[in-house]
Design a protein around this ligand. Structure first.
Ligand code: NAD
Length: 242
């Protein structure tokens, strides 16, 4: 039985990945800062007959992350998969962006990814098997007005992942990035309808993505079918960026 940690797993894309990996008989540790994670873990374990637990962890806090890894190891004994999915936005044009809006986004999205990957790496190396999946965004490739902080954090994730992939490939550990396009979650729910319609017109498949569209690629990347794929960025965006 494999064990996966999914950060930001209480809702949205992270929860969908939890449910999908559980359907493949993988035990799930959902990490999040919101209490909703408790109910999501119960839903994952009752739907798929795996063990799923919720851990309240702020990924931007290295000490909290290290403690949480210890707890997961106490509970599950192993860690095979980390999905660095926790992410936030604090949008605004650069002229008006406050330093704390820059730092909070970089701390959660990029430093969080560093904290969690570093904290599980020793375990993966000792097991001689691991899968690291980092959730970036197509705006980490294209840039986006009003999102200089978010886009920089997501571009950083891509370079971080490629570097880690090169460091650990010989240990039977792969590291890949998924770059979602425009996905229906709370993150995009609050956008004005006209912005959503404008985005949708630019998407060749003419619809927003669903969390399961991302979860399906995570399932592929943790499988043996993907054992020869590492350091890649897989856009899952209905053709928005090509
Ligand atoms: N929705 C989209 O269109 C879209 C597009 C591209 C990339 N993404 C990325 O996908 C990932 C998931 O986003 P989503 O759309 O499901 O958003 P969401 O807001 O529904 O979920 C994000 C989760 O991360 C958690 N989180 C926030 N800060 C945290 C922290 N410090 N520690 C631990 N957990 C924390 C939140 O509580 C939440 O449960 C994010 O990295 C996001 O940037 C989303």
């Amino acid at each position: 039985m494999k064990v996966a940690i999914i950060t930001g797993g209480a809702k949205g894309i992270g929860k969908a990945i939890g449910l999908k990996l559980a359907s493949l008989n993988i035990d799930i540790a959902l990490w999040d800062i919101i209490d909703e994670g408790d109910e999501s873990a119960r839903e994952v374990s009752s739907t798929h007959k795996v063990t799923a637990r919720f851990y309240k962890v702020d990924v931007s806090n290295y000490n909290e992350v290290v403690d949480a890894v210890k707890k997961v190891l106490d509970d599950f004994k192993k860690i095979h998969i980390i999905v660095n999915n926790a992410g936030i936005t604090r949008d605004g044009l650069l002229l008006r962006m406050k330093p704390e809006e820059w730092h909070s986004v970089l701390n959660v999205n990029l430093t969080g990814c560093f904290n969690c990957t570093k904290a599980v790496l020793k375990t993966m190396i000792a097991q001689r098997w691991g899968r690291i999946i980092n959730i970036s965004s197509v705006v980490g490739i294209t840039g986006n007005p009003g999102q200089s902080n978010y886009a920089a954090s997501k571009a950083g994730i891509i370079a971080f992942t490629k570097s880690v992939a090169k460091e650990v490939a010989k240990r039977n550990i792969t590291a890949n990035t998924i770059a979602p396009g425009f996905i229906e979650t709370d993150m995009t729910l609050s956008l004005p309808d006209e912005v959503k319609e404008a985005y949708q017109k630019q998407i060749p498949v003419q619809r927003m993505g669903k969390p399961i569209d991302i979860a399906n690629i995570a399932a592929f990347l943790v499988s043996e079918y993907a054992s020869y794929i590492t350091g890649q960025v897989i856009n899952v965006d209905g053709g928005l960026v090509m």
